[in-house]
Write a protein that binds this ligand. Structure first.
Ligand SMILES: N[C@@H](CCC(=O)N[C@@H](CS)C(=O)NCC(=O)O)C(=O)O
Length: 203
């Protein structure tokens, strides 16, 4: 029995095959084309009531889940990998996972939105790009002397790297100056399981 992952080719989407590949769990992908509105179909809403990817169904347990942070935590518990072992390690992994879900993801997502508008909204663009820069500076400090966010490689890295890689594409000099973040993005991308995951795409 395996896991069905409902995904699209976005930073939140790629977190899940990164985790599944890194953990060696068996899975299949169902692509949900969010550009075509497939996330609003009743069959998908039954699995993901908030109408967003990613979501999973674990056919072993019958559990279905939305929200990438909850999915990553579940997969770490199921596999016994990448969630930390001691209470302190687990708490630190969760701290940075929540930081990504509540901060880096939404802010980079908004920055990306405003940067992509044809009709420019300078206040919105500045607000969200500046906040993305601030968050990446926080991450840059955390990565000082560490290869991965919470020490050992963890679900916190799986969550944050796709968004940091998105922010790197802004080519903002303040982001380019976050040397620890830039090196850590490349360290993540060089992991064979991660490299396999991020090349997955609908046929
Ligand atoms: N907090 C959610 C965010 C998920 C999310 O924003 N998904 C986007 C794609 S990256 C989506 O499905 N958008 C479609 C829509 O908003 O209609 C998570 O971490 O899973």
């Amino acid at each position: 029995m395996m896991i069905t992952a409902y995904l699209w080719t976005t930073p939140n989407g790629y977190k899940i095959p990164i985790a599944l590949e890194e953990m060696g769990l068996e899975y299949e992908i169902k692509w949900v084309n969010i550009g075509a509105g497939e996330q609003h179909q009743p069959e998908f809403l039954a699995i993901s009531p908030n109408g967003k990817i990613p979501a999973i169904v674990d056919h072993d347990t019958g559990i279905s889940l939305m929200e990438s942070g909850a999915i990553l935590q579940y997969l770490a518990e199921k596999s016994g990998k990448f969630g930390g072992t001691t209470l302190q390690e687990r708490a630190e992994v969760m701290q940075w996972l929540h930081w990504q879900i509540g901060g880096l993801g939404p802010m980079t997502g908004q920055a990306n939105h405003f940067r992509g508008l044809n009709e420019k909204v300078p206040y919105g663009e500045k607000r969200y790009v500046d906040e993305t820069v601030r968050l990446l500076r926080v991450l840059n400090a955390q990565l000082d002397g560490r290869d991965y966010i919470a020490g050992d490689y963890s679900i916190a890295d799986m969550a944050a790297a796709p968004w940091a890689a998105t922010a790197r594409m802004f080519d903002d000099e303040r982001i380019n100056a976050c040397a620890n973040v830039i090196a850590w993005i490349d360290r993540n991308l060089a992991r064979p399981a991660t490299a396999r995951a991020i090349t997955l795409a609908p046929a």
